[in-house]
Design a protein around this ligand. Sequence first.
Ligand SMILES: [Zn+2]
Length: 202
Amino acid sequence: MKGKTHAEMGIVTFLSVYNVLPGKFNYIGLLIVAFSSILPDVDHPKSIINKYILPFRNKTSKIMVYSSLGIGLLWYDYLYTNAPIIKAIGISFIIIAVSSHRNGLTHSLMGMILFSFIIGYLGNMYNVHYLVYYFMIGYGMHLLCDMVTNRGVPLFYPFKNKKFKLPLTYNTNSKIGCVIEDFLMIFGLLFTIYKLPIIFCK
Ligand SMILES: [Zn+2]
């Protein structure tokens, strides 16, 4: 599934459920949902996030950049901070460096827990306790949406490599796949436009 379709699906879910969330509707929440909806594909050198991070969008550059960031942070933590949050972020970078697309931790429940822990911790540090809920909506929707595609996701990685998918799936590279994603985009945009007055008039 394309990055923009993921972002759109995350936002549609957020706009459907924000009323029952602790932080209700707010723009930080909206940004967090959009970000976490595309975050799992950081394991692909050509994904949206990597467009802004990698100097060259290939596998070698992805491994080099993320492993240097990870090792740098762990080294900094060892010398100066000794803080669990810095360790967790450093380890995450190394995991991103070694994960191949859709086969590793970023597309698993373990990955979702690890990243949620980091966001939850940062949220508590800055007194925005509800951030983690928004984060989990975006991230969870990404995994669910990828389960509708024929490649599936390794939900229980690193314990099990089996790829999970829903009974009905489509091939993202096929013609019908493109039509489905275009349809989802149009539906998402219409739904967002329909929701706008409700958000602004409350
Ligand atoms: Zn994905």
